[in-house]
Structures are given as structure tokens and as C-alpha cells.
Design a protein around this ligand. Structure first.
Ligand code: ZN
Length: 257
């Protein structure tokens, strides 16, 4: 029996985004020396991608989404929150504005990835752990309604961000109830972890085989999230520093199955 993954939130908290995190060459050298086996996706007719915040689906799995959609797989993105807490200490008005902006950015990104408009669940950003049972129920309904041969991709249960880990746990529970196949994708692992890290389930890690066209769609879709990559609301720096996107684009897409 597989042991439950432990939380890595303390690991992430110890490496704030104001510092660079694990340098890209460290990842590229390791992935070059020990390439991950590509994931076999035949048997997947529908994919539900669960994103804690608008942009996680694109940053973590955007090329896979575009690739599968172009191959005839039904892809549905579920956006758990509208990402209102991007700026700590924001007023409720600023929060509402940020949510509106990010919902709009996500819709534009979905068009670029050539998938239907994402489903928004509207949970409060930053507080998923308090709503995990309800989230698992909502995801179970989505997966049960999607039909047979549905796979579900969610942020990894050990990703280090409390919301990302809560989404991974809720998706795992929903997959167990609905018989969907679970994939977990890392987003913040690339920042706080390293290739020799024993807390990462490397034995379950696979690379996602995607077309050049799909990688181009991902790059274009990522540019939709200007509220995250450009300074806004009078803040001196963007929510996500400039090194985050190039690192994610360069390491490619990885899932744990
Ligand atoms: Zn996120």
C-alpha cells in the first residue's frame, strides 16, 4: 500500500520566490542524464485538468492540454479559485478586481489552447484546505459526469503550496470514487526541490510527449496571464518573478502517475 505523501509546504516556504530557487541548468542536466519515460496516454478519451489558480493549468500542463485537444481528446479545465489572493494584504475590492482579471485571462488562455471555457468553482484563494471535502465532492461530480475513460490531472499532493496540495488530495479522493485515472503535475516543485530529492516520487514520474505546435500554444497561452507576470496594482514587482516562466517552459511537462 502506498504511503500518503507528506506536505512540502515548509520546504517551499523556506525558499521564497524573491530568491531564485533551483537553477534551471541543475534540472536540465539531470533530465538530460536520466530522461523520464514518456507517459502512454492511449485509453484517455477525456481529460479533466484541475487548476488551483488560473494559470496553473497552463504553466504545469498547457502543452499537454493543447496536444491532447488537437488529437481529439475532450479537455475540460476546472479552475478551483479565481486567484484573488495573488497580492497579500489586498483590499476586498482589489481582490474582486484581481479575480475578474484572472478569470478573463484564463478564458483567453483556453482559447489559445483550443479548449472550451474553463469551469470556475469559486473557492477562496489561499483557503482550500478548509474546503477540501466539498472540493472532493465537486470534483467527483465533474468526473462522474464526464463518462468512461476519463483521466484527471491535478497539482501534485506534495507541490509545496497549500492550495496545490489540497487540490491534489481532493482530486485523488475524487478519482478513487469515480474510477478516473489520476495524474499529478508539479508546478512549484521546480522551485524548491532538486533532482536528488527523495520526497519527489521519481519512480512514478513521466514526461509528457507533446508536439511542437502544442509547445507554441503553451507559450502563447502563458502570455495571457499578464496580471501575474507584469507589475500591477501599484506593486513594484510582478507576482511571479521573471525566472519562473522560462524555467517551467524549459523543463517541459512532467506528471506523476
Ligand atoms: Zn497556483
Amino acid at each position: 500500500m502506498e504511503t500518503l505523501p507528506t506536505s512540502n509546504c515548509e520546504r517551499f516556504a523556506a525558499k521564497p520566490l524573491t530568491r531564485g530557487g533551483t537553477p534551471l541548468p541543475v534540472w536540465l542536466t539531470a533530465l538530460d542524464r536520466g530522461p523520464l519515460p514518456p507517459l502512454e496516454m492511449t485509453g484517455c478519451r477525456r481529460l479533466v485538468v484541475v487548476a488551483p489558480h488560473p494559470d496553473d493549468e497552463t504553466l504545469g500542463l498547457g502543452a499537454t492540454i493543447a496536444h491532447l485537444a488537437a488529437s481529439g481528446v475532450d479537455v475540460q479545465v476546472v479552475s478551483v479559485s479565481d486567484g484573488g489572493a495573488a497580492h497579500p494584504g489586498a483590499t476586498s475590492l482589489q481582490r474582486t478586481r484581481m479575480e475578474t482579471t484572472r478569470r478573463h485571462e484564463l478564458r483567453r488562455a483556453a482559447k489559445v489552447l483550443e479548449i472550451p471555457t474553463p469551469l470556475s468553482l469559486g473557492l477562496p484563494d489561499g483557503e482550500f484546505a478548509d474546503h477540501e471535502d466539498g472540493l472532493a465532492e465537486a470534483l467527483t461530480d465533474v468526473l462522474a459526469g464526464a463518462g468512461p475513460d476519463t483521466w484527471c490531472a491535478a497539482t501534485w499532493r506534495g507541490d509545496g503550496h497549500p492550495d496545490h496540495e489540497a487540490v491534489g488530495r481532493a482530486a485523488a479522493a475524487a478519482c478513487a470514487r469515480s474510477d478516473a485515472t489520476l495524474l499529478e503535475f508539479p508546478v512549484w516543485m521546480w522551485h524548491w526541490s532538486n533532482p536528488a530529492d527523495a520526497v519527489v516520487p521519481w519512480a512514478r514520474a513521466h514526461s509528457m510527449p507533446v508536439s511542437g505546435h502544442a509547445i507554441v500554444r503553451k507559450r502563447l497561452a502563458a502570455q495571457c496571464f499578464r496580471s501575474q507576470f507584469e507589475p500591477c496594482n501599484g506593486a513594484p514587482a510582478p507576482v511571479l518573478p521573471g525566472f519562473v516562466l522560462p524555467r517551467l517552459l524549459a523543463v517541459g511537462e512532467v506528471v506523476f502517475r
